[in-house]
Design a protein around this ligand. Structure first.
Ligand code: NAP
Ligand code: MG
Length: 477
């Protein structure tokens, strides 16, 4: 049985109700989490406020940094344990779960070093005045975390918020809570004061909604679907609470005829099969120069046929999807493709060892997907790559920008001038040229435009969003 973690204590929900935790690899329950409600959120927000006022706001930035560093070190010491928890809870292949634990440690390392580097300015003004700016924390920040990368998204969101001097109330997705409960315990063990990190589990429409409504929450960081992002923003607007939204994408990989295909092909495949395609930055649209469309599809098709899907512990190319509804969602997209006569180039294989009760989906490469079809417009959040060809650079840009999203774009070309032109013309938060964001990029600001959201997390930039600027003007004559 898993408990909420509030004020450094493991607590049952006030309702006494629980939710079963399923293993996506076999669909079977193996643990329970608390089904919390508004009163548990209220308790956590009060605990957070008390932690902020009594201890956290009195620590120097350097002391905060040391605590974050201690958390990073203990995460590294417990990396195997955390990876094993996340692997079973989310169905992640071993190498992905380990990479996520390493990224979590790296976020806290990065933000540990950033705590005492965040400062204001002194401003020139009229004679007889001194003017300065302070970067102050919002106070109690709320964090709604999705199920696809709980550890990584906790690291980037909570890491940045704590570094800026906030205290946090975290609502993980009900499908993926276990690693974050453990991280909060580890934080307490290395000396985080009570109330600084609080985890409240439960359903989004209950406990997530209660968090968004709570007047004691001073800022909300939300990562998830555009629909819920809109809801959160509407609720927060009632009391003018600032919100950072990261809502996914339909990110294009754009391949020109002069691209180094030996470098591009593995990156294109990884960008859609990583985490079984359940990645906000998944490269889910493949836009290819018509001159190399057929040979590239042939090459990718062969690679797709060799991809293997199976139980997380087998550590294959892909594990299962998170839950049955997500599997059904991918099936619905593929059945729409079938109805629209969209041709399948190739599919990987689900291995025989995969239990039938697990949530598996073979990676699938589709071709000639019409630009306006929902497969080319909406986030599938599964291992489905939609290929289409373009005539020239102008058409590539037009197609790339023709969705509601604007998160990431990958561009593959040897032409230096074109690299810059493309980077300028693509409407999105980040452009990767001749790479697709290898290495996690903890240091690199990340976020979207249009329906991909607004605000930035990761990197130093995130600290500005997790603070509010106060201008102080002193007239001294
Ligand atoms: P979702 O509903 O947006 O879930 C994201 C988070 O929001 C979860 O913690 C969820 O809690 C919570 N939530 C749900 N309803 C809420 C509400 N009314 N108020 C406050 N919080 C609420 O996403 P999903 O249904 O799990 O996935 C659906 C689709 O969203 C995916 O297929 C994908 O396209 C997209 N998605 C994007 C990302 C990303 O990284 N940008 C991540 C996940 C999903 P519960 O899960 O506990 O209900
Ligand atoms: Mg689970």
């Amino acid at each position: 049985m898993q408990f909420n973690y509030i004020a450094n204590a493991s607590l049952p929900s006030s309702s006494g109700r629980t939710i079963a935790v399923l293993d996506p690899s076999d669909g079977q329950p193996y643990d329970d989490i608390q089904r919390s409600n508004a009163s548990d959120i209220d308790h956590a927000v009060r605990a957070a406020r008390q932690g902020l006022d009594a201890v956290w706001c009195k620590l120097s930035a350097a002391e905060r940094g040391r605590l974050l560093m201690r958390l990073s070190l203990t995460i590294t010491e417990h990396a195997q344990e955390l990876a094993a928890i996340e692997q079973r809870d989310c169905g992640k292949p071993t190498k992905q779960a380990r990479a996520d634990a390493a990224a979590l440690a790296r976020y806290f390392e990065f933000y540990a070093g950033a705590c005492d580097k965040l400062h204001g300015e002194t401003l020139p003004y009229m004679d007889g005045y001194s003017v300065l700016t302070w970067r102050e924390p919002h106070g109690v920040t709320g964090h709604v975390i999705p199920w696809n990368y709980p550890m990584q998204i906790f690291g980037r969101s909570v890491g940045g918020a704590l570094a800026a001097g906030n205290v946090c109330v975290v609502k993980p997705a009900e499908d993926a809570c276990l690693s974050l409960i453990r991280v909060a315990q580890l934080a307490a063990e290395v000396g985080f004061p009570a109330g600084v990190i609080n985890i409240v589990t439960g359903y989004g429409h209950e406990v997530g909604d209660a968090l968004a409504h709570h007047p004691g929450i001073d800022h909300i960081s939300f990562t998830g679907s555009p629909a819920v992002g809109t809801l959160i923003q509407q609720v927060a607007a009632q009391r003018h609470c600032p919100v950072t939204l990261e809502l996914g994408g339909k990110s294009p990989q754009i391949v020109f005829a002069d691209a180094d295909l030996d470098a591009a092909v593995p990156a294109i495949i990884n960008a859609i099969v990583q985490n079984a395609g359940q990645t906000c930055s998944a490269g889910s649209r493949l836009l290819v120069d018509q001159a190399i469309y057929e040979p590239l599809l042939e090459r990718l098709g062969q690679a797709f046929e060799n991809l293997r899907v199976g139980p997380a512990a087998m550590d294959l190319d892909l594990g299962p999807l998170i839950r049955q509804q997500q599997q059904q969602r991918v099936w619905d997209f593929l059945s729409d493709a079938h109805v629209a006569n969209i041709a399948m180039v190739a599919q990987g294989k689900v291995v025989d060892e995969a239990p039938e009760t697990g949530f598996y989906q073979a990676p699938t490469l589709l071709r000639d997907v019409p630009v306006m079809h929902r497969l080319a417009q909406e986030e599938v959040f599964g291992p489905v790559l939609c290929a289409m060809s373009f005539r020239d650079e102008d058409q590539a840009v037009e197609m790339a920008n023709a969705t509601q999203f604007g998160l990431v774009a990958g561009v593959w070309t040897a032409d230096g001038a074109r690299q810059f032109r493309m980077a300028r013309r693509l409407r999105c938060g980040q452009v990767f040229i001749n790479n697709y964001g290898a290495g996690g990029g903890v240091e690199l600001p990340f976020g979207g435009v249009k329906s991909s959201g607004h605000g930035r997390e990761k990197g130093f930039e995130a600290l500005y969003g997790f603070t509010t600027l106060k201008t102080v003007a002193i007239k001294h004559g």
